[in-house]
Design a protein. Sequence first.
Length: 418
Amino acid sequence: MMGTSIPRPRLGASSTWRDPIFWFVMALVFVYSGVYNCLPVSFPIFKRVFGSSLEQMGRSQSVFFISGVVFSFCGGWIIGRMGLKRSLIAALLAMAATLSIIGGATRFSAVFAGAFFFGFAMTALSVIYSSVISGHFGQKRQSVFFLAGLADGGGAVTGSAALGSWFAYAEGGGGSWRAGYYAAAGIVVAQAFWAWGLRSGDTSDGGPDSKATAPALSAMREVLRNPDLYAAGILAFFHGLAQGGMISFIGQLYQRRFAIDAAIAAYLISLNSGGQFGGRFVLSWLTARWRVHELVVLSACSTLAALSFIATILSPGYLFGLAMFAMAGVFVSGNGPSLNSYVGMRFPSQLTMAYALFGGFSAIGAAVGPYLIGAVGNLFGLETSIWFGPVASLSLAVIALLWLLRERACMTAEAMPQ
């Protein structure tokens, strides 16, 4: 299916829709996002079964994301050595195994262990499919990232709602909550078989000039010397802190405030994911027709997402808060695809290494967010600590705007006659 070098881009909307790699990637992203939020959706279950505290639940999410930081140091080298196809299959099988470990846990320490390896596998998948989209679809990458975002939103809605509903059914005596994790593991294994069955000829490797085959340390040094990596990393940090923190604990906040059960709380995550689906549908349509700079989209979306987060926190009732959190999903939907497209634009010849390092920055923010909110919530209350979410989102908007102005100032200076 995919070699270690970057596939040649294929242009044209009609060829994109006929490309088997396009449909495989869409399915991969759907499955990826379907299981991505399984830990926060499971927090009410963990609290009931293991007696876990807010700090422990936040720490499990932090462990999940810290593994992404670990991956950023070795992931580019691993994928370069194994090749994209073998790395993809290995990551899917590892993800299925860790879902089974979490589902079979008899104590919360096993959840911590499973969370680490689960996060490692999920980060690998993110790097792999981002590299494929940027390398394979070339100038169409921005619109394909938003189309992948549609699959992401659809998977997140389906996965969170299905798992939350199963937990409610299991709590009523209809079955074991663990079966939800085992079913998710089976779906991931099926995706691995699909990856294994794809023919090598389904993509074309890049030519001999591709830098993707350069030594890993040399590629890492080249990427690390580029300030755009750090700009993207800081933006990803604040995105991860805001979204990761809100997703992890908004359900807990609403359960305390409005006395709702785990299934009703899970709808917050589902509706947020549904909002992301709708937002990316609109943005994929817009970016397929008009070229809008990634940082413009990022700054606008983050500002509106922060306002929606604030409305969600201050909501006087569950239904209004549900609507506001869905609206937050609409606006935050532009962040991830814009960041991925920006990295693909700035590092066209070092995609795998750039995405691996970039993923580390994103994972740090996503790790800090849940733990920070959980730890501060233990001391001062969740009603206070949840405000880190909108503050981080506003910070993201300001930094994106400042970096855009810097880029334009540099372009103007370069265009001026000496």
